[in-house]
Design a protein around this ligand. Structure first.
Ligand code: ATP
Length: 286
């Protein structure tokens, strides 16, 4: 095989709690991760040597600062691959948005090179290498519905939520994950999301129970700096979402719709209005 194309899916957080700040500056988290249908597309091509990245995104680096490069280098060195790779990234996932766009590209790179060069690495092996590129990379390799603990790398697969429409809106602001975590007073969180309750609700396929527990402690930091996030959340509720929430460290907001028609209508309206720069209507992916 000389060429291969893979989809790299984005995630949302149905729930996100920060348990505590660790001494090394990282945070211990407890999150419910869910893959959604928004995806980048990566094409891999065998070459004689080196790692070359191209992309249609004008905003991303193509050098060693791209997570794709770091994933490729790590795996090819670990497995002593004789040869090179050319990777093209068609970017669709909003950047620096709380949707793990970079991490999922890295995850697809591990899978792509594993297949291209028939390295025979197990998923577990790729996940162990993946955490060296980023805490969310092992989850992105696994995909679906999962509980993520530790710094995000301790994963337990969960029952998938019932099918819904998911409206995703990214306002025209950039939020750095580092800024959000640095400004979170982890010890002073007044109310922690009920993640255990959400896991139970997932097990029962109780969508109402899932939606009631959709909370994200990072909203306190991001919403203070960017009130547009609250505006979008409220707009989605008004347009018929059962619940709306910021994903990850934001600023992307998503709304859960059980009614197809309301979802389509909300999508059209959000696209026309100027609250968000990028708007998608998608579903959960397992
Ligand atoms: P997370 O949900 O994991 O916090 P995010 O969606 O907030 O991720 P990303 O889109 O992964 O953020 O990008 C964060 C930064 O990483 C960007 O500023 C970007 O320059 C850098 N980056 C490196 N490689 C990539 C990539 N392949 N795709 C997107 N961003 C990348």
């Amino acid at each position: 095989m000389n060429e291969l194309t893979l989809k790299a899916y984005a995630k949302i957080n149905l729930g996100l709690d920060v348990v505590r700040r660790l001494e090394n500056g990282y945070h211990e988290v407890k999150m419910v991760m869910q893959t959604v249908g928004i995806h980048d597309t990566l094409t891999f091509e065998k070459t004689k040597e080196g790692i070359v990245i191209t992309t249609d995104s004008g905003e991303l680096p193509t050098n060693e600062n791209n997570l794709i490069y770091r994933a490729a280098k790590l795996l090819m060195e670990a497995k002593q691959v004789q040869g090179g790779v050319k990777i093209h990234l068609a970017k669709e996932i909003p950047i620096a948005a709380g949707m793990a766009g970079g991490s999922t590209d890295a995850a697809a790179t591990f899978k792509g090179i594993n297949e291209l060069y028939r390295l025979d690495c197990s998923k577990q092996e790729l996940m162990e290498l993946g955490v060296k590129v980023g805490a969310d990379v092992p989850y992105c390799i696994m995909g679906g519905t999962a509980l993520a603990e530790g710094i995000g790398e301790i994963l337990t697969p969960l029952t998938a939520p019932p099918d819904c429409r998911v409206l995703v809106a990214k306002p025209d602001i950039n939020v750095s994950t580092q800024y959000v975590y640095e400004h979170l007073d982890a010890a002073g969180v007044a109310k922690h999301p009920d993640i255990d309750g959400m896991v139970d609700a997932l097990r029962r396929s109780d969508l109402q129970g899932i939606m009631e527990r959709m909370e994200n402690v990072l909203e306190t930091v991001t919403v203070d700096a960017h009130p547009i996030i609250t505006t979008i959340k409220e707009r989605m509720l008004k347009l018929g979402a059962g619940r709306s929430l910021m994903s990850g460290s934001g600023p992307t907001v998503f709304g859960i719709f059980t009614d197809e028609e309301k979802a389509l209508n909300a999508y059209e309206i959000m696209k026309r209005e100027n609250l968000a720069k990028q708007v998608f209507l998608t579903t959960f992916v397992q």
